[in-house]
Design a protein around this ligand. Structure first.
Ligand SMILES: CC(C)(COP(=O)(O)OP(=O)(O)OC[C@H]1O[C@@H](n2cnc3c(N)ncnc32)[C@H](O)[C@@H]1OP(=O)(O)O)[C@@H](O)C(=O)NCCC(=O)NCCS
Length: 274
């Protein structure tokens, strides 16, 4: 693999000049995309020190792909598309349930037991086993979604491609992301945590402990927290204004599921999600 990595780095040094006639570069890049598609490679993962590690060369391969592919027209019934990348296929073999209207790009990875309601998953994203991507949720490029996560309706998980070393959004195992949340630009939600509906989380947003008033982090909700969207007063020369923050209102026990989230887990077990 290190050989493939060094070849991709070599091609990326000339990314501005590279074009679809470079068949050697294309072969290397397509190999990386095939490995991403089957989950043999990941853009990022959490290491033993609980830090997010980005495999920059894998992202570079994705960026190169856009230089190495031309636009092509494809048809799906009466729908026409005009794009550089194909959609993912072979869902039955992968053990993934895909409701009509959902689409994932090839080069994203969906683990067995994933359910996609009409939603979208972009290239480089990784979704763990048993996770539910609800209606109109979007999983941006390279986002890393753990096992048994629920992304509720309309959730926006931001994508990051450039710069290649940018940290993607990470949602850890068992997290529940409430309807219409926006989690972007390398923000992170820890294991088993619940993000209340309509919360915006990015690396500028303070995450505050409601018990102590202490700022826990920026853009990172730790494990087993229940957090909701809140506001804090800030003084400016022009007056006092209220800026968004995320407030941790409860702590869950390790492996405890929030009661309001348990029902969804039950629906998923029986495969009857609406
Ligand atoms: C985060 C959530 C799980 C909290 O539930 P809970 O632990 O039972 O907490 P409560 O409902 O008792 O709310 C605690 C406080 O937080 C506030 N709060 C709850 N949810 C909030 C939210 N999304 N945004 C801002 N404040 C919220 C409540 O008003 C309450 O304040 P109060 O004590 O002054 O009345 C829940 O409110 C939520 O947002 N669920 C997600 C719903 C959803 O997206 N479903 C999708 C189904 S597909």
């Amino acid at each position: 693999m290190s050989d493939l990595a060094s070849r991709i780095r070599h091609w990326y040094e000339q990314v501005a000049e590279i074009d679809p006639t470079n068949l050697e570069a294309r072969r290397d890049v397509e190999l990386v995309i095939a490995k991403l598609d089957d989950g043999q490679l990941r853009v990022a993962e959490i290491d033993e020190n609980n830090a997010v590690v980005v495999h920059e060369w894998v992202k570079q391969a994705i960026l190169l792909l856009f230089r190495l592919r031309g636009l092509e027209t494809s048809l799906a019934g009466p729908f026409e598309f005009h794009d550089k990348l194909e959609l993912k296929t072979q869902y039955a073999r992968r053990g993934v349930r895909v409701v009509p209207g959902a689409s994932a790009r090839r080069g994203s990875f969906l683990s067995p037991g994933v359910i996609m309601m009409p939603s979208y998953v972009n290239i480089g994203a990784w979704v763990g086993p048993g996770s539910m991507i609800d209606t109109w949720a979007t999983v941006g490029s390279c986002a890393q979604i753990g096992a048994n996560v629920h992304l509720a309706g309309g959730v926006g998980i931001g994508g990051v491609l450039e710069p290649a070393n940018a940290v993607p959004v990470v949602i850890e195992d068992g997290a529940f992301i409430g309807s219409r949340c926006m989690v972007v630009e390398g923000a992170r939600v820890g294991k088993g945590s619940v993000l209340g509906a309509g919360t915006i989380l990015n690396p500028s947003i303070p995450v505050i402990d409601a018990e102590t008033g202490e700022e826990i982090s920026r853009g990172y909700v730790p494990d087993f927290c229940v957090a909701v969207s809140a506001q804090r007063r800030r003084e400016f020369p022009g007056g006092d204004f209220y800026l968004p923050c995320v407030l941790v209102i409860k702590r869950l026990g390790e492996n405890e599921r929030h009661s309001k989230v348990a029902l969804n887990a039950l629906l998923r077990d029986h495969g009857v999600a609406t």
